[in-house]
Structure formats: structure tokens, C-alpha cells
Design a protein around this ligand. Sequence first.
Ligand code: AMP
Length: 218
Amino acid sequence: MRLVFLGAPGVGKGTQADRVTAQFGWPKISTGDLLREAVRNQTELGVEAKKSMDAGKLVPDSVVIGMVREKLSASSCQNGFVLDGFPRTVPQAEELLTILTSRGLKLDQVINFRVSRQDVVTRLSGRRSCPKCQSVFHIEFAPPKVSGQCDRCGAALVQRSDDKPETIEARLKVYDEQTTPLIAYYQAKHLLSDLDGSGEMPVVYGRLSAVLRGLGAQ
Ligand code: AMP
């Protein structure tokens, strides 16, 4: 199944995409993860992208489109994929359509995760990540067993530089201005399913897997 997960930063798209990958096997393609990897590796692209990311802005369409095009051509994506955090602008969505159409493929569904603004801010500001294995925790909702330490590899957890309050505000503004037009865009194509993203992670996953099964996922 070919899916797009849409929604504001902090709605839980990435966490839910990981669970979908674990259950159904469709790889997750997260442009945020790919960009953070480029930043860690200090590639030319990473050094450039970091400036936009730290300011809460989007990196140029051409950069992310190139990354996604390359990922989608991998054999692991032939039976499906979950795009997490892409597309984020209408030009990105148009480009995705072109890439898929050129291969005779179509998107199956766009899941639009909906969470109140207050909950998004709480989720983002409490999020802590492992710089080594990239596991994600939350100080209140999914705390590590030992405070400040990754359960999986023991590394000291950090707050993503773009999860600081002033950057959260900028990211939400960018989402409102540049990404929300995608809701109408995919609605018009009859591809959009709204999903209540509030509540605990397993509860949200229950709702999501019901939608996916309704679409024929096994
Ligand atoms: P995320 O982990 O999805 O919240 O992404 C973190 C940051 O990476 C965003 O705030 C953007 O700066 C950048 N980014 C991720 N995906 C995209 C995209 N599709 N288009 C442009 N910038 C992106």
C-alpha cells in the first residue's frame, strides 16, 4: 500500500509510521529523518539544510524531492511505502504524482492526523531523541526507564534543536501556511482520510489500523 501521512509537526506521524512498517512491512520514508542523517554526516546538503531546519523553515522543494525520488526507486518500496513528512507543499505533491505516474503507480491513501494545537505543542516540547540510535521518547507520555537515557542503547537523550519553543512556533506557522493547502488538494482527489490523533499511541494505532484494514491492508 502506498500511503502519505499528513499532519502538523508533533501529531505522531513518525511514531505511527514506524508501527505500520513493523506490522505491514512497507518502508517508512521520512524526509525529516533523511535530512537529520545528512546533518549528522555533515554532507554539503546537510550543512545547508540545517540552517532552514534550525529556523523551523522548510528546506527547498528541489532538495527533498531529489531525496524522495531516490528512495522510491529502491526495490524495497515496490510493494508500498509510508511517506512521513512528505509532501509538505503543493509543488512537492505535484512532483510526487509525476514520479508515481511515470512508474504506472498511484497513491492509495493520505492519512491526515488531527490533534489539537495545545496537544501538538505539549508533544513537541516534551519530545527527547537519542542522537545515537534515533529512538524517540517523551518526558511525560513515553519516558525512558532511566531519566535522560536511551532504553535501547544507553546514550544520553537530547532535545531536537527544532523542538525548542521559538522554533516550534515557526514550524507550526509554516505548516499552517504551506502544508495545510494539501488537505484540500488531496480531498479533491478523493484520497484523504482524517484520523483522530489524540490519545495514547496504541489507541491512535488502533484507529489507524482499522482505516488501513478498511482499505484492504493485510
Ligand atoms: P520533521 O522531522 O518531519 O518534523 O522535519 C524536520 C524538518 O526537516 C522540518 O522542519 C523541515 O525543516 C525539514 N523537512 C522535513 N521534511 C520536509 C519536506 N517535505 N519539505 C521541506 N522541508 C522538510
